[in-house]
Write a protein that binds this ligand. Structure first.
Ligand code: PLP
Length: 471
């Protein structure tokens, strides 16, 4: 195809795509959708997203939808943000891709520098990959190799301690430390065995306790496991402050710093998976900062490019880096890499993403939105089938239950969460549930009135699905 050099020629070429029905037919015939029940998908009318604009997605029939889950927890400053678009255009005029194996490029070096400037103190080394799953996989493998190569090797430290309900991505290492039964049970025979502590889930406390009267006994459970396996645990793996895929489970205050203290005391590393909570969603750029924690690994993806391109980073310390430091003949090399890791286009947009945080004072302007969300969430607690409402920053989960008193869930076969979301789509709001937990995770750029609109629609849809009350 020739190089389109003016706007109208470019439009002509872009408009040569097949008509909507053909797209739907081809999708049905060939595209295998992730995390999707195939028969349900084929029975449904597929939504074909064509364009984005701020916090809205627009389908091929011109209908607009508020992007209530940030296109799966990625988008930060809105779709087609001029500064991010411009950064991408500028970079593409120079270089789309070159490897980090044996050579480097400016966007990767600059991004590493910027990340180190902003991350918790002491995280000075950045390993780039391309997805959340790879960011965590890298941390797991680095941890394992670190204990074999550190100044005083501890090769018996081979075990990982993870939390019930944890989610760290879908590659086998990540699934091994994962704890979402529905996603992970199938692959049991393929996995390495992880040590598992109960999730600090206050609404359904596995220890049967109640906040705020408890004394964070959930930390005691972690300590017990560390005591039972002296010198064996290489790292504790955690989604700091909030477990996303488990159902937006907000950890009690002090849990993360407690884990940090325990891991130090027991000689284990701490892997903080901020793939979901990083880049402002909790109100600070990184969640770890809220408890003044510097982990040994900080895993970043999703929001790192503002939701534009796949890019990920595993940040770590000089201490870890130094264990890998040597000439080829020393045999200390980390033999791991992903072909597109640190891709220049992704890195250039990631830099622009950070700059927009500064220029638009994104974190400051987030505060009123967080307060509005808190206020509006109270409207949910009055609903008959809302069991729990959990919020951290601009993230929230609304758990629907059949019976509030006994906290009895709806039957899985009822698909109540999915029904609410399907209904919301008809009203121009795109959300995706986690079972019967409704997820609220809009782009940070959402405006107050858009947030109101989102919550109004959700409340209407919850009522109409669970109470049969049409307003
Ligand atoms: C989404 C997610 C991942 C996986 O990221 P991918 O980019 O989908 O591989 C890992 N950890 C957490 C906490 C996540 O939310």
């Amino acid at each position: 195809m020739q190089n389109p050099n003016n706007e109208s020629e470019r439009d002509t070429i872009l408009n040569q795509q097949p008509p909507g029905q053909t797209i739907r037919d081809w999708d049905r015939a060939h595209v295998w959708h992730p995390f999707t029940a195939l028969a349900d998908w084929e029975a449904s009318e597929p939504l074909v997203i064509e364009r984005g604009e701020g916090c809205y997605l627009i389908d091929d029939r011109g209908r607009r939808y508020l992007d209530g889950v940030s296109s799966l927890w990625c988008n930060v400053h809105g779709h087609r943000h001029p500064a991010l678009d411009e950064a991408l255009r500028r970079q593409i005029d120079k270089l789309a891709h070159s490897t980090l194996l044996g050579v480097t490029h400016a966007p990767a070096a600059e991004l590493a520098h910027e990340l180190v400037e902003r991350a918790p103190m002491g995280l000075t080394r950045v390993f780039f990959s391309d997805d959340g799953a790879t960011a965590v996989e890298v941390a797991l493998k680095m941890t394992f190799q670190y204990f074999r190569q550190k100044a005083k090797p501890e090769p018996q430290r081979t075990r990982f301690l993870a939390l019930g309900g944890g989610y760290h991505g879908d590659t086998l290492g990540d699934v091994s430390v994962g704890g979402v039964e529905r996603f992970h049970a199938m692959f049991g025979p393929l996995l390495f065995p992880a040590l598992r502590a109960p999730a600090p889930h206050c609404y359904r406390c596995p220890l049967g306790l109640k906040r705020p009267d408890c004394a964070l006994e959930c930390l005691g459970a972690v300590e017990r496991i560390l005591d039972e396996h002296p010198g064996e645990v290489a790292a504790i793996v955690v989604e700091p402050l909030l477990q996303g895929a488990a159902g937006m489970i907000v950890h009690p205050e002090g849990y993360l710093s407690g884990l940090r203290a325990l891991s130090r005391r027991h000689g284990a590393l701490l892997i903080a998976d901020e793939v979901a909570v990083g880049f402002g969603r909790t109100g600070t750029l990184f969640a770890c900062a809220r408890e003044d924690v510097t982990p040994d690994f900080l895993c970043l993806a999703k929001g790192i490019t503002g939701g534009y391109l796949p890019l990920a980073a595993t940040m770590t310390t000089e201490e870890v880096y130094s264990a890998f430091y040597g000439r080829a003949a020393d045999g200390k090399t980390f033999y791991h890499g992903h072909t597109y890791g640190g891709n220049p286009l992704g890195a250039a947009v990631a830099l622009a993403n950070l700059r927009v945080f500064d220029e638009e004072r994104t974190l400051e302007s987030l505060q009123p939105k967080i307060c509005r969300l808190t206020a509006r969430l109270r409207d949910f607690t009055a609903l008959r089938h809302v069991g729990d409402v959990r919020q951290l920053g601009l993230i929230a989960g609304v758990e629907l239950v059949a019976d509030r008193e006994s906290k009895t869930p709806f039957a899985w076969s009822e698909q109540v969460g999915a029904k609410v979301c399907a209904r919301a789509r008809h009203e121009g709001l795109l959300i995706r549930p986690l079972g019967d937990v409704l997820v609220i995770m809009p782009p940070l750029a959402i405006r107050l009135e858009q947030l109101d609109e989102m919550l109004d629609v959700m409340i209407r849809c919850v009522r109409s699905v669970t109470e049969g009350a049409d307003e």
